[in-house]
Design a protein around this ligand. Structure first.
Ligand code: FRU
Length: 474
């Protein structure tokens, strides 16, 4: 097969061949970030789920490794997580990597496997499953972490329309603690891929719970909602919600979870999502592979003026990789800003600051000479940031791709700083350090070679500090 295809990203993770969906088993161990993923090694559509595997020292340059887990008599290998068992609580060996996954057979049950060789090979536990099915059809995606205050492991599990928390002392025997989700959050789809973790805000610990849902995202298909609250080792208690909160309002960031075992000296909460949507994921116009991951992102809590949000922004390592000689323009003087071939062939990041100075509606677009474009539109009265990819390029592979305007809420601010990471088939836009995020894929038939502003003839508005960097890659 040919590795190079028109829509093979240059700086996003993709499987060399075959289908990929959710990131799985993300764990940092002995200087390497492990990324496992839902994988069909036999074809570029969903099926035969295995765990694919890659490692990286910087989350930018990835090395592909052989498939880590293959289906067995308990079923296919669905999504899950990994921990490092420092104190050998399971008895598999000190420092073993232990992975948790859903065995998807007649029923969905939870299984474990371990590695004593830096994740290069895994042995499935002889007495799987470790959690049998209690009669719930959608019963999957175990995410495990060590809860130090009570010396115990906690597992978050998606259980139909709720998240169930379990605990264990030895990773083999699990006991139910509590259930979360009744009368709160969006319930228009199945709950999947939970992740519960602490973040510090203003010197205090808050707990964040991610719940991916499909369908029922704010812009159709799948998306990741989250709750901010407290966790006491048994129960997650959410703070009151103004409305459901979404990690990313774009259509293409799903099933994302965070890395485990990041050293305390680093202290970051690192995230990666699947950059696609079940609405059309199986038919996007690639051939030998399907789907990329989002850029790895750092999560933090921020206040957007109205309420607390989980902000996300590409990790600094991705930034470190940028070409050191950016094109910089202090002030926008023309409505169009050219993007050279060197940039669009290699992937780039564009950033600038907009001060509306009274203007409430303005937009900018990435476009090419065929009239294909993605429009990014601000409306500070409606308080929306809308992405329109209806004329972005190929879209007839699905009647679900081009249609709706993709809306995110926006709070009124004096200035908006935009960072936009553009690869062959995706744009990831971060406003004000990731307080508002939109990740959307697109398939232009010729690369976008222009950024065009529409400032409605207004001269008070300013666009400053425009920079354009190349992104280095493998
Ligand atoms: C989410 C998901 C998970 C499941 C996996 C199967 O995208 O549906 O709930 O474990 O994909 O591939």
């Amino acid at each position: 097969y040919t590795y190079d295809e028109t829509y093979r990203p240059v700086f996003h993770f993709t499987p060399p061949y075959g289908w990929m969906n959710d990131p799985n088993g993300m764990v940092y161990h002995n200087g390497q970030y492990h990324l496992f993923y839902q994988h069909n090694p036999y074809g570029a559509r969903w099926g035969n789920m295995h765990w694919g595997h890659a490692v990286s020292e910087d989350m930018v340059h990835w090395k592909h490794l052989p498939v880590a887990l293959a289906p067995d008599e308990l079923g296919a290998i669905f999504s899950g997580s990994a921990v490092v068992d420092k104190y050998n609580t399971a008895g598999f060996g000190e420092g073993a990597i232990v992975v948790f996954y859903t065995s998807a057979g007649q029923q969905q049950t939870q299984s474990i496997a371990y590695s004593l060789d830096n994740g290069r090979t895994f042995t499935k536990y002889a007495h799987n499953p470790v959690i049998p099915n209690p009669g719930i059809e959608d019963f999957r995606d175990p995410k495990v972490f060590w809860y130090a205050p009570q010396n115990k492991w906690i597992m978050s599990l998606a259980t139909s329309q709720s998240i169930t928390f379990y605990t264990s002392k030895n990773l083999k025997q699990w006991e139910k603690l509590s259930e979360f989700g009744e009368n709160i959050g969006a319930h228009t789809g199945v709950w999947e891929c939970p992740d519960l973790f602490p973040l510090i805000y203003d010197g205090k610990v808050k707990w964040v719970l991610f719940v991916s849902i499909n369908p029922g995202g704010p812009n159709g298909g799948n998306a990741t909602q989250y709750f901010i609250g407290d966790f006491d080792g048994t129960t997650f208690t959410p703070d009151p919600l103004p409305y459901p909160l979404w990690l990313d309002y774009g259509r293409d960031n799903y099933a994302g979870v965070t890395w485990s075992n990041i050293p305390e000296s680093d202290g970051r909460r690192l995230f990666l999502g699947w950059m696609n949507n079940w609405d059309y994921g199986n038919v996007v116009p690639t051939r030998n592979f399907r789907s990329a991951m989002t850029l790895p992102r750092e999560l933090r809590l921020a206040h957007n003026g109205l309420h607390m949000v989980v902000a996300s922004f590409p990790v600094k390592e991705v930034g470190d990789e940028k070409d050191g000689t950016p094109i910089i323009m202090d002030k926008l003087t023309e409505e169009t800003f050219p993007i050279g071939a060197d940039y669009y062939n290699n992937g780039y990041v564009l950033s600038f600051t907009i001060k509306p100075n009274g203007l409430s509606i303005f937009d900018f677009a990435l476009q090419n000479s065929k009239g294909e474009k993605i429009i990014f539109a601000f409306d500070t009265n409606q308080k929306t940031f809308v992405v329109d990819r209806s004329q972005s390029g190929l879209s007839d592979f699905s009647n679900n791709f081009a249609k709706p305007l993709i809306k995110a809420p926006l709070t009124k601010k004096d200035s908006y700083t935009i960072h936009m990471w553009v690869d062959k088939a995706s744009t990831e836009v971060f406003i004000n350090g990731g307080e508002v995020v939109q990740t959307n894929i697109a398939f232009p038939t010729e690369p976008y070679n222009q950024l065009k502003f529409d400032l409605r003839g207004n001269t008070a508005i300013s666009v400053d500090n425009i920079t354009l960097y190349k992104v280095k890659h493998n």
